[in-house]
Design a protein around this ligand. Structure first.
Ligand SMILES: Nc1ncnc2c1ncn2[C@@H]1O[C@H](COP(=O)(O)OP(=O)(O)OP(=O)(O)O)[C@@H](O)[C@H]1O
Ligand SMILES: [Mg+2]
Length: 459
C-alpha cells in the first residue's frame, strides 16, 4: 500500500514540477537568451531546456520518495515478523513525521505482541503443568489443543498435527460419545469411563460446550482415577478378607465350645481334642490380629523406623536360631552366612527381624522334606542384600506379581493348613519400603524360590 502511495506521489510530484518549470522556462528562457545575447537555434535551446527540467524533476522526486521507500521497507519487514524494524527519521518535514508515527506504532504493536505472547506462554505452561488432561475440540471434532497430561492419559505418543481428528489419534469410543452428547445437547456432561489402549485407565471426564473461533466446540477435562478406584477395590477386598479370616477361627472355636457344652466336656476321650482345637484357633486369631496391627502401623507410618547399627552376623545368629526347631520338624535344613562377617548397617531391628523371619518361615513352610533353606547377607554396590533361597514348591508365574498383596495366597488350603493368613509378604514389602529398599522374587514351580531384600547401606 505504502509502495503504491509512494509511486503515485513520485509521479504527481514530477508531473507538477515539470508543469511549473515548463511555464517558467517558456516565460523566462527567451528573456535570458536575449539578455545574454546568446544565439542558439530554437529547437536546440528548447531541447536543452526540456532535458534540464526532466533531470531537476527526477532529482526532486527522488528526494521526497526515498524516505517513503524506507518506511515501506520497514513496514514490509514488520509484517514479515521482524518486530524490531524501525525507520530513522531525517529532518522535520511531513515524511519525517510519518516515520516517527510509524516507529511509535511499531513500538506499541511490539509491546502488545509481547503481552499476548507472555499470556499465551503462561496459559501453555499452566496447561502443560496440570495433572488433568485438557482437550479442546472444534466444531468438526478436530483437535484445537491437547496438553501433555491428556496425551499421557490417552497414550498418544507421537506429536499431534493441528486439525487432526480425535478419532485419528486415539481409540476411545466412550470419549467420542461424551463429546457428541455435549455437541447435541449443548450441556456439560460428567462421566466415569474406561479407556483401554494400550493400558486400562479409569477416567472421570467432564465435557462442556466451548465457543471456538470456527464455531461451537467442546472442552474436555479428564482426571485419571485408576489408582483411587483400585484402592477402593482393595479396601473393599480387605474388609471382606479380614471378616472372612476372623470368622473362620471364630466359627471353629464356637463349634468346639458348643460341642463341649453339649456334653463332650464330660467325655475324657475327646474333650482334650476340642480344647486343643480352641487353643490352636486362638493362636491363629492372635497372629492374625498381630499381623494386621503391624501392617497398619507400618502403613500409617505411626511406627517410626528406628535406625540402629546392626552387626548382621550376630543379628542372623539370634533371629534364625528360633527357626531351627521349626525347620527340623519340617525336615528342612536351614543355614545362613554373611559375607564379610563384619558386615553391618543401620536399620530398625524389630522390623528387619520380622521381614527376615517371614521370608524364612515361608521358605520352610513351602518346602519339601529333605529340602534346604539358605539365608545369605552381602553387600552389592551401595546396597545391603539379604537373599533367602529354598528348594521348595516354587510359585507359578501368574501369581508372582500378586504375592506381596495382603491376604494373597497361592494355595489357600496349604497356607491355611500351616496357619498362614497371607500377610507375611505384605509386611516384608512394607518393611523394605519404609527403609527406602525393595524386595524381589525369582521363582518357578518345582524349582524353589529366591527372595532378595535390598536396603540402601546408608539407611
Ligand atoms: N518360599 C515360598 N515358596 C513357595 N510359595 C511361597 C513362598 N513364599 C510365599 N509363597 C506363597 O505366597 C503366599 C503369600 O505368602 P505370605 O507369607 O504373605 O502368606 P502366608 O505364608 O500364606 O501367611 P502368613 O505369612 O501371613 O502366615 C503364600 O500363601 C504362598 O502361597
Ligand atoms: Mg508367610
Amino acid at each position: 500500500m505504502l509502495s503504491f502511495i509512494r509511486k503515485r506521489l513520485a509521479w504527481k510530484l514530477t508531473f507538477g514540477y515539470l508543469l511549473v518549470c515548463s511555464a517558467v522556462l517558456i516565460v523566462v528562457a527567451p528573456l535570458i537568451v536575449r539578455l545574454l545575447g546568446i544565439t542558439l537555434l530554437p529547437p536546440v535551446g528548447t531541447g536543452l531546456a526540456v532535458i534540464l527540467v526532466l533531470l531537476a524533476g527526477l532529482i526532486f522526486s527522488l528526494r521526497v520518495t526515498r524516505p517513503l521507500r524506507r518506511i515501506t521497507d520497514a513496514a514490509r519487514k514488520f509484517s514479515g515478523g521482524d518486530f524490531d524494524a524501525r525507520v530513522r527519521p531525517r529532518g522535520e518535514d511531513e515524511v519525517a513525521e510519518l516515520a516517527r508515527a510509524f516507529n511509535q506504532m511499531a513500538d506499541q504493536l511490539n509491546e502488545k505482541i509481547r503481552q499476548v505472547e507472555t499470556g499465551r506462554n503462561q496459559i501453555q505452561g499452566i496447561l502443560e503443568g496440570m495433572i488433568e488432561g485438557v482437550v479442546v475440540i472444534g466444531p468438526s471434532e478436530e483437535l484445537l489443543l491437547i496438553n501433555s497430561a491428556a496425551r499421557e492419559i490417552l497414550s498418544i505418543e507421537h506429536p499431534v498435527k493441528p486439525g487432526s481428528l480425535l478419532c485419528e489419534v486415539t481409540r476411545a469410543p466412550e470419549i467420542q460419545d461424551l463429546i457428541r452428547a455435549v455437541s447435541e445437547t449443548g450441556r456439560p456432561q460428567l462421566k466415569e469411563l474406561t479407556v483401554y489402549a494400550p493400558v486400562e485407565r479409569i477416567l472421570r471426564a467432564q465435557a462442556a460446550p466451548y465457543a471456538a473461533e470456527s464455531g461451537p466446540g467442546v472442552l474436555l477435562v479428564m482426571h485419571e482415577i485408576t489408582d483411587i478406584k483400585r484402592l477402593e477395590q482393595l479396601r473393599r477386598e480387605f474388609v471382606a478378607n479380614v471378616s472372612h479370616e476372623l470368622k473362620t477361627p471364630l466359627a471353629a472355636i464356637r463349634g468346639s465350645v458348643e460341642t463341649l457344652l453339649d456334653g463332650a466336656l464330660q467325655d475324657p476321650a475327646h474333650n482334650r481334642t476340642f480344647v486343643k482345637a480352641i487353643a490352636e484357633e486362638s493362636v491363629r486369631l492372635d497372629r492374625l490380629v498381630d499381623d494386621l496391627l503391624t501392617l497398619a502401623q507400618i502403613e500409617s507410618r505411626q511406627e517410626l523406623v528406628r535406625h540402629e547399627p546392626i552387626l548382621i552376623q550376630t543379628f542372623l545368629d539370634q533371629e534364625l536360631q528360633r527357626y531351627l526347631a521349626v525347620a527340623q520338624r519340617a525336615q528342612v535344613t536351614l543355614e545362613w552366612s554373611v559375607n564379610p562377617t563384619s558386615l553391618s548397617f543401620l536399620a530398625d531391628r524389630r522390623q528387619l527381624a520380622q521381614a527376615i523371619g517371614n521370608l524364612t518361615d515361608n521358605a520352610i513352610k513351602y518346602n519339601h522334606p529333605e529340602g534346604t533353606v539358605r539365608v545369605q547377607a552381602f553387600r552389592q554396590g551401595t546396597e545391603i542384600c539379604f537373599r533367602v533361597d529354598d528348594s521348595g514348591i516354587g510359585i507359578p508365574e501368574v501369581d508372582l506379581p500378586r504375592i506381596f498383596e495382603r491376604f494373597y495366597r497361592v494355595d489357600k488350603d496349604r497356607s491355611r493348613e500351616t496357619g498362614g493368613t497371607g500377610l507375611g509378604l505384605a509386611i516384608v514389602k512394607h518393611v523394605a519400603e519404609s527403609h527406602g529398599g525393595s524386595v524381589q522374587v525369582i521363582s518357578r514351580p518345582g524349582s524353589g524360590s529366591c527372595f532378595i531384600l535390598r536396603f540402601p547401606s546408608a539407611s
